[in-house]
Design a protein around this ligand. Structure first.
Ligand code: ADP
Ligand code: MG
Length: 363
């Protein structure tokens, strides 16, 4: 069942348009992640769904009802902010009970809801504490608890982990994944600029950039079939390499010549009109392998070697001096700086983009 639907939603502050014609349908029980660089409009979009920002164009539906003019408290939505926004003078218990008290629930009802949420979030031992006597991770759990007790239809999270240190971020991310598992019917929308959080948590990811949706799809779909060079380089780390190439032969398979004498036969269809066109060939660092063969994709001199044990990361620059490229080889490789190497990749791991950055798969 569709839980939330955005139809041509846009947002302007005065004459500045920050979101343009956003369309998406979110199903009940999904965990949707909005991901994109800082300033791309993620928080604005989330705040419009919450009712904290006015929608300047288009329609927002929740459970089939247009809610553009419905006040936040009546939308059945709870929002968790990056800054926690806890009441400092109230105990954990009172922070979690506050919204229910305001809603006029009975003391028994409130107690049951608060204790159930505390139990789920491992906060039972801290119910009498003030927020200042909690760690960052515990405070964030109280903020989540405060939203759970209201039993909302939709949970909204705006960068909930970005104030936590790296180790705690991973632990809390796993807790959020477990929380979602325990509430299969709840719909969640989660905003982050961190593609790892997006990949690990989402049922589907919305990649936002400059106020537009670049792609909306399942995490591994975005990884395997990015619609454009922006998504290709935003999802996955280190980012996908993009190489300059020219189309030599077209058809069900496209032959490319690379700027440094390398070549590639890519199993992606192209048109007669593509012949001779300048294109970008995309290949992920983890898909490159070292080869002795004359049948190579890239030939280059290694500039930097990072031996991490688990992987060896090579930084190199192709002969034509274009931008630096990266290869990520599994395990340990004894390759010295300054070594000339040739690299190749399996044809099915190659991506092809036109001069506008659009994937050949989505033309
Ligand atoms: P994100 O959360 O993706 O980092 P935001 O949604 O906060 O981005 O902001 C998107 C854009 O909207 C930014 O360029 C920001 O400067 C602009 N913006 C946000 N709030 C306002 C406002 N109240 N008035 C004018 N511009 C705003
Ligand atoms: Mg933001």
């Amino acid at each position: 069942m569709t839980s939330l639907s955005l139809k041509n939603v846009s947002k302007s502050y005065g004459s500045v348009e920050v979101l343009r014609d956003i369309n998406m349908d979110i199903n009940e029980g999904e965990l949707i992640v909005f991901v994109g660089p800082s300033g791309c409009g993620k928080s604005t979009l989330l705040r419009m769904i919450a009712g904290l920002e006015k929608i300047t164009g288009g329609e927002l539906e929740i459970d089939g009802v247009v809610v553009n003019d419905v006040p936040p408290a009546q939308r059945g939505i709870a929002m968790v902010f990056q800054s926690y926004a806890l009441y400092p003078h109230m105990t954990v218990y009172d922070n979690m009970a506050f919204a229910l008290k305001l809603a006029g629930k009975s003391r028994d009802e409130i107690d049951k809801a608060v204790r159930a949420a505390a139990d789920r979030l491992q906060l039972t031992a801290y119910l009498d504490r003030l927020p200042k006597a909690l760690s960052g991770g515990q405070r964030q759990r109280v903020a989540i608890g405060r939203s759970i007790v209201r039993d909302p239809k939709v949970f909204l999270f705006d960068e909930p982990l970005s104030n936590l240190d790296a180790a705690l971020r991973v632990a809390t991310r796993i807790e959020i994944a477990q929380l979602k598992e325990s509430m299969p019917e709840s719909t969640m929308i989660y905003v982050t600029h961190d593609q790892v959080e997006a990949m690990t948590l989402a049922t589907r990811i919305v990649v936002l950039h400059g106020g537009n949706i670049e792609q909306f799809g399942a995490p591994l779909d975005l990884y395997e079939r990015p619609a454009n060079t922006f998504v290709a380089q935003f999802i996955g780390s280190p980012a996908m390499n993009l190489l300059d190439a020219k189309v030599a032969a077209t058809g069900a398979q496209t032959s490319l010549v690379m700027s440094d004498d390398g070549h590639a036969d890519v199993p992606i269809a192209s048109l007669d009109s593509d012949k001779g066109a300048a294109v970008k060939l995309g290949v992920r660092p983890e898909d490159l392998t070292v080869t002795d063969s004359d049948d190579f994709l890239i030939s280059a001199e290694v500039e930097i070697v990072e031996a991490l044990g688990e992987t060896t990361v090579l930084y190199f620059r192709p002969k034509d001096g274009a931008s630096a490229l990266i290869a990520k080889l599994p395990g340990i490789h004894k390759i010295a700086r300054g070594t000339s190497i040739r690299l190749t990749a399996a044809p099915e791991k190659l991506h092809l983009f036109d001069s506008e950055g659009q994937s050949f798969l989505y033309r």
